[in-house]
Design a protein around this ligand. Structure first.
Ligand code: PEP
Ligand code: MN
Length: 257
């Protein structure tokens, strides 16, 4: 099908970077991390409010109160704000706050009922909606979610490659499948392609190597989890870095994007 997508990414610096903690934990953590993000390179602050957890019993996010911390961070820093949404209720609550970008997580993308519901709830807004790849490497499921949202007249779309759950285990937390994302880009060139290096790697070791690889493949942006105190993060502590480490990488990167 034909997808008409607005060129929303041109209003952001190149490369387009979303960065911030895996989860909003406390007001202080949100504000401290946001203050450490240098707006001259990074314009979007990400944080999970409702956390999809594979097994019960873990930290499932702070919920609505975190949205007011993000609004405060936006007011104080001027960063735009991105959160994950998975249900109609999440969106209805989030629309009461000044949130700019919504992303759909890997556990949600393959569920056509949820995507329809998300599309119906966002259809009369002008929000940017980014769709992560599903957990399993299905081109149709990933493309299908983009197509469903396009059919709801959502015109500020993007897609995020966060790697795929894999058996047997490899050195990646979620193995990248570059060809799959490139195939979507080939079919829908107006939709920006972003790489979530944090969830692909699952650790800090080769995070920026993967970022360089993504840029070489033509990715227009990155999602990178950063935290002012990564080792003590309440979720995904192994893969988060300090905002300054991301900034150093971006500054050192000489190649034009
Ligand atoms: C996240 O971005 O924090 C997240 C939970 O991502 P994913 O859907 O890629 O697992
Ligand atoms: Mn995470």
């Amino acid at each position: 099908m034909k997808i008409e997508n607005k060129n929303w990414i041109k209003s952001f610096k190149k490369p387009f970077i979303l960065s911030g903690p895996c989860s909003a934990e406390t007001k202080e953590q949100v504000l401290q991390t946001a203050f450490q993000i240098d707006k001259s390179h990074i314009e979007v602050f990400r944080a999970g409010i409702w956390k999809p957890r594979t097994r019960p019993g873990g930290f499932e996010g702070v919920g609505e109160k975190g949205l007011s911390w993000l609004e405060e961070a936006k007011k104080q820093t001027g960063l735009k704000i991105a959160i994950e949404v998975a249900t109609k209720e999440h969106i209805e609550i989030a629309l009461k706050y000044d949130i700019d970008i919504f992303w759909i997580g890997a556990r949600t993308t393959a569920n056509s009922f949820m995507i329809e519901e998300i599309g119906d709830t966002l259809k009369n807004t002008d929000k940017i909606v980014l769709i992560k790849n599903p957990m399993h490497p299905s081109l149709d499921a990933w493309k299908g979610a983009l197509e469903r949202l396009a059919l709801k007249e959502i015109k500020n779309l993007g897609f995020i490659h966060r790697g795929f759950a894999n058996l047997p285990k490899t050195s990646y937390r979620n193995h990248p499948f570059w060809e799959l994302a490139l195939q979507i880009k080939k079919e829908y060139p107006s939709i920006p392609m972003i790489c979530d290096i944090s969830h692909i790697c699952g650790n800090r070791d080769n995070l920026f190597e993967v970022a360089n690889q993504a840029f070489d493949f033509g990715y227009e942006g990155l999602m990178v989890e950063t935290h002012f105190d990564p080792e003590n993060a309440w979720s995904d502590a192994k893969q988060q870095v300090l905002p300054s480490e991301l900034l150093d990488f971006l500054k050192k990167r000489q190649k034009p994007i």
